[in-house]
Design a binder for this molecule. Structure first.
Ligand code: ATP
Ligand code: MG
Length: 233
């Protein structure tokens, strides 16, 4: 069982969307996922309640506070059926982040390609480096990876420059999380593979062909997930 926490001090960077894409990737491979919503806005929990989600491979639950992660992961571990625990968080700094880090295997930090996002990601990375400095057993800390997020298919020169800087500063996952309309559909209709299925059944041939865009999005998320769990500190 791997515990993956999505976090960044920057609000709106794409945490919840990335988390949902990673859950889509994992469940589409038959992995059982527990998704915990630790953001007071409860975007993830609202999504699952709104869709009245009934999927044997996915349970979405509220995370009362950071300290509750220990019990959640212990319970999931004892039950022995969960492959991944994903934790969604608030786009801000706080002591809660230290607590989540203590119970996570991997931290994933989405970063949009702007100078402001870069600067705030530096803050987030410095927080992680501070944890490494303070701990006696750095090998017990989770890995930290930046995912370049919401990348348009034709990024501007300014965006490419930011990406170059990011790669020099942080451990960046090779695969980028591209800006895709399919993620907005996923917010309305379910996991990426579920929306793909809805498209495949559409009476309109044109809409049926759209299923492949969802498959592409899942493949991308699988690569990102692979980078997260395979990557070194
Ligand atoms: N890869 C993407 N492609 C298209 N739209 C995206 C993508 N990532 C995020 N978005 C959109 O950007 C907006 C912000 O994304 P999201 O809610 O995931 O960010 P967040 O970091 O969780 O925000 P918050 O800090 O408020 O929790 C949403 O409208 C979402 O649909
Ligand atoms: Mg969010």
């Amino acid at each position: 069982m791997k515990v993956i926490t999505v976090l960044t001090r920057k609000g709106g960077a794409g945490k919840t969307t990335l988390l949902r894409a990673l859950v889509s990737a994992a469940t589409s491979e038959g992995k059982k996922c527990l998704a915990l919503d630790g953001d007071p806005q409860k975007a993830l929990l609202r999504w699952s309640n709104r869709l009245n989600y009934d999927n044997p491979l996915l349970e979405v639950r509220n995370l009362e506070d950071a300290a509750a992660l220990e019990k959640e992961t212990d319970d999931a571990w004892d039950e022995g059926k969960t492959d991944f625990v994903f934790v969604d968080t608030l786009g801000a700094a706080g002591e809660w982040a230290d607590v989540l880090a203590a119970f996570s295997d991997h931290l994933v930090c989405p970063m949009m390609l702007t100078e402001t996002d870069l600067e705030i990601t530096i803050d987030t990375f410095n927080w992680y480096c501070g944890l490494l400095d303070r701990t006696e057993n750095p090998e017990d800390l989770p890995t930290f990876h930046v995912v370049l997020a919401r990348v348009p298919s034709k990024p501007s020169k300014a965006m490419l420059k930011v990406a170059e800087k990011a790669v020099k500063l942080f451990p960046v996952i090779d695969e980028m999380f591209m800006e895709r309309k399919q993620h907005a559909d996923s917010d309305m209709e379910g996991l990426l593979q579920d929306v793909a299925e809805i498209k495949r059944k559409d009476p309109n041939h044109l809409i049926r062909t759209h299923a492949r865009y969802f498959v592409e999005a899942i493949e991308e998320a699988k690569e990102i997930l692979e980078g997260v769990i395979g990557g070194k500190k």
